[in-house]
Design a protein around this ligand. Structure first.
Ligand SMILES: CC1(C)CN=C(N2CCN(c3ncnc4sc(C(F)(F)C(F)(F)F)cc34)CC2)S1
Length: 488
């Protein structure tokens, strides 16, 4: 029966952000493995107190003096003991096996699942922590997954770890994490697959399972996941700044301890927070977005999309449109080798917003004034735009579910035709058959790093018409040819 250590009890009552940072430091550095239940209860308690209606918006000054409402040890201890009781009383604890079994993991998932409120709005904010589970019997889909891993930690199974794609969470367990299991639901109206092995069939080719390149967490990375899941939102437009400051301080702590190295989304989250209020002048947010991309390339065979959309969003917000087009083309370069499936709505919405909102807004901004440095004169921008659209077309190819519809075509044609013909004519497209061979066994089954063999080069040069060998999707091919014929 794990108890809250005296060294941590001494930090209560918690009154400042820095005290919370000290608690996390003591858990991350000072013991064999950080106590997920304790840390999730503490952050959930703070988040819920500071984002509930009753709390007046106060502007914090610094983590040292930033005054939080007092958080008493007793409050935390009661919730902590309640979680231990729920888990140990429902799952037999005569722990005989070194490793968890599928049956054990499913039973812990059932305990959490069956103790949730019957029906509630699952996408509401602040449902991700054990505080929400223990005080309101409500969890979102990430929260269920996290609670199962925290429950297995209570039972002493140090082999059960969180596995994260860009829009779903499950667990690995057994020798070297060789087994995996669904433990939560995904999306709306989908039957949950709890207890089953991770997608073997068509879903294995969907973005949702990132081509079997999920983030496999250590205990320390599970702490990074709970910190990333902190939601400072007071409402749709305003954040509770002391919660945002706490999240930023904790992400920097995890970053400095090296626990974000293999976690691109957490690095991206930190980049977003740094863009809003920079805390570390030595590490600008732009380099954090680059680090997230490097991490995805190095550890996940460049199969993740979000690192590029974190970076593209940053460039867009800072009017760096040429760079934004490059990030979005790189994002599209990732998605094109997946099959689009009904589970991929989140990333579909992401590409739809880029194609039908962000890019049209950029074109409007660039073609209104007399920008001397306009992207409309830059062949590289046109090239990246074609690459962006082509990746989406390829994503659709071979998929059971269509991606593009007429709603995509108008903004697409509108955008392409904003580039002068002499600019368009300077784009030469040279692609490599092997890299474009989509979804044959070699790409999806090999383990070597395709990214290193990047050889789709787009170089501003002679007229695209001369390139009969271009391998663009027919839609893009037709549009490009039409552009060259000045039809558009
Ligand atoms: C470039 C963006 C549109 C800005 N924020 C993005 N986020 C915000 C943070 N975020 C995340 N940040 C850290 N870790 C995780 S684990 C996870 C998940 F797998 F979907 C889970 F677990 F099912 F919720 C999501 C997610 C999801 C992606 S992507």
């Amino acid at each position: 029966m794990a108890v809250i250590r005296d060294i941590d009890k001494a930090l209560f009552p918690i009154k400042t952000i820095n005290t919370v940072v000290k608690l996390f430091t003591s858990q991350l550095e000072g013991c064999s493995e950080p106590d997920l239940a304790l840390l999730s209860i503490v952050t959930g308690l703070i988040e819920n107190q500071l984002t509930s209606r009753s709390n007046a918006v106060q502007l914090p000054d610094s983590p040292e003096t930033n005054v939080l409402p007092r958080f008493e040890l007793e409050t935390v201890e009661n919730l902590y003991n309640k979680f231990h009781l729920v888990i140990t009383s429902s799952v037999e604890t005569n722990k005989t096996k070194a490793y968890a079994t599928r049956d054990l993991v499913k039973r812990v998932s059932d305990v959490i699942w069956n103790s949730l409120t019957r029906s509630y709005y699952k996408d509401r904010p602040h449902l991700q922590s054990l505080y929400s589970y223990l005080t309101g019997s409500k969890l979102d889909c990430f929260g269920v997954a996290f609670a199962v891993v925290a429950g297995c930690q209570v039972l002493g199974y140090s082999d059960v770890h969180l596995a994260l794609s860009e829009d779903h969470a499950w667990v690995v367990f057994g020798p070297n994490g060789s087994e995996n299991a669904e433990i939560t639901w995904h999306g709306k109206g989908n039957e949950d697959k709890r207890g089953q092995e991770i997608g073997k069939g068509v879903s294995a080719r969907s973005w949702l399972y990132v081509n079997n390149k999920p983030v496999i967490c250590t205990r320390h990375m599970e702490v990074a996941a709970l910190v990333s899941a902190i939601n400072p939102a007071l409402n749709a437009n305003v954040d509770a700044s002391e919660v945002a400051m706490l999240q930023q301080e904790l992400l920097w702590l995890l970053y400095d301890l090296g626990h974000l190295k293999k976690y691109p989304m957490a690095i991206g989250n930190l980049g977003d927070l740094e863009e809003i209020s920079p805390k570390r002048s030595d590490i600008p947010c732009s380099s954090l977005f680059e680090e997230a991309i490097e991490s995805a390339r190095k550890y996940y065979n460049n199969q993740h999309v979000y690192p590029y959309t974190y970076q593209g969003g940053y460039y867009y917000r800072n009017n760096m449109y040429k760079e934004a087009f490059e990030s979005w083309a790189n994002a599209s370069d990732v998605i094109r080798l997946y099959n689009y499936s009904r589970d991929d709505e989140e990333i579909y919405k992401e590409f739809l917003e880029i194609a039908n909102e962000l890019i049209p807004q950029i074109m409007k901004a660039e073609s209104s004034g007399f920008e001397a440095n306009t992207i409309l004169k830059k062949p590289q921008c046109f090239a990246n735009l074609l690459k962006f659209y082509d990746g989406i077309c390829q994503w659709e190819e071979g998929s059971a579910t269509p991606v593009l519809h007429i709603g995509w075509a108008k903004p697409l044609v509108n955008t392409i035709s904003k580039f002068d013909s002499d600019v368009r004519a300077q784009v030469n497209i040279v692609c490599d058959e092997e890299k474009l061979m989509k979804k044959n066994g070699s790409y999806f089954n090999n383990n070597n790093n395709n990214y290193e063999k990047e050889n789709t080069t787009v170089i501003p040069k002679l007229n695209v018409k001369e390139q009969s060998t271009s391998n663009f999707h027919p839609t893009i091919e037709a549009l490009t040819a039409a552009c060259s014929e000045k039809i558009l």
